[in-house]
Design a protein around this ligand. Structure first.
Ligand code: SAM
Length: 292
């Protein structure tokens, strides 16, 4: 199984032998308490290449020596392994599909099911932009239909820091650049150089810390049970080893309704299709439907 590694321009073949990567991993585990075992090898290698470039050190051996003696470099390497980049309405095609088809369809389906709530999970939500984007879309559909739509959005991340940022809901000018002007006026309050999510949107999302690798619970404990109609797990699987990706997918499958939707990043499409549990809901998007 190979994923398209499209979002880096750094060449992959730079001679980081497995032994050197294992040496770095042992050092990181011992000194920083961070286990790299579940991470994708190519991803780790790229992080190491970037740090080598940044430090001016060319080879694995020199870099390993530096790591062993420089706690600041160790901290920078560990930080580079945590990628939290996200955006409001990050994938335009996915968000168009959610707005025009998936969310209205789920709302109508719930009507026929006695008015139960739409259950959504943003897994690996980083600073909350994905969950707030979906909440704004649902609230705007309800406005257009001139009636409330019952829904709950759970949003989780393994990083406590990211969850705190998401709850605070404070964003820079640059990070709201994908938000339409009317949405900015409607859902955000300006505060100095920031935009702060207003109560209408904030109260629509329940943020909590949850690790997708946690074997104790396959869905966020805050949700009590899974039963999700839509799970967004975008740009998270990418960083993991193929077998770990499949393990995470199994958990997501377990907490989705049989006809529920899964959204991922584009680079994760192949792994989802290889799991044989999901099929494309709308090519060429990275939206899938659980069919088993
Ligand atoms: C690149 S961001 C993607 C954010 C958002 N889903 C998006 O597509 O814009 C990946 C996020 O996944 C989180 N993450 C990585 N591994 C995780 C895990 N095992 N459990 C929960 N969150 C995880 C990271 O902390 C990070 O905030």
């Amino acid at each position: 199984m190979s994923l398209a590694r499209s979002h880096s321009s750094i060449p992959t073949d730079t001679g980081w032998p497995d032994g050197s990567i294992a040496g770095v991993a042992a050092l990181v585990r011992e000194r920083a308490g961070r286990d790299l075992v579940a991470l994708d090898r190519t991803f780790i290698q790229r992080c190491l290449e970037r740090r080598c470039l940044a430090t001016g050190l060319v080879g694995p051996e020199e870099y390993q020596d530096r790591l062993a003696t420089d706690p600041a470099e160790l901290a920078l390497l560990v930080a580079s392994l945590d990628v939290h980049h996200t955006e409001f309405f990050r994938d335009p095609l996915l968000h168009a599909l959610l707005e025009e088809r998936v969310l209205p369809g789920l709302a109508l389906r719930k009507d026929t099911e006695g008015g139960s709530e739409i259950r959504i999970w943003s897994a690996g939500c980083a600073a909350g932009q994905e969950a707030y984007s979906v909440a704004a879309t649902l609230l705007e559909i309800a406005d257009a239909w001139r009636r409330p739509i019952r829904f709950r959005i759970f949003a989780t991340d393994a990083s406590e820091e990211q969850v705190a940022l998401a709850r605070a809901g404070r964003y820079t000018d640059a990070s709201v650049r994908n938000v339409r002007l009317r949405q900015l006026r409607r859902w955000f309050k300006p505060d100095g150089a920031s935009w702060v999510v207003g109560d209408g949107l904030r109260s629509a999302v329940d943020f909590s810390v949850h690790d997708l690798l946690d074997t104790a619970s396959s869905s966020p404990p805050a949700s009590i049970y899974g039963g999700f109609d839509l799970v967004l797990c975008c740009n998270v699987l990418y960083y993991y080893r193929p077998d770990v990706q499949l393990r995470i997918l199994e958990r997501l499958q377990a907490c989705l309704r049989p006809d529920g939707f899964l959204a991922t990043g584009d680079a994760e499409r192949d792994v989802v299709l290889s799991s044989s549990v999901f099929q494309s809901a709308a090519l060429p998007s990275s939206l899938f439907v659980r069919w088993r």
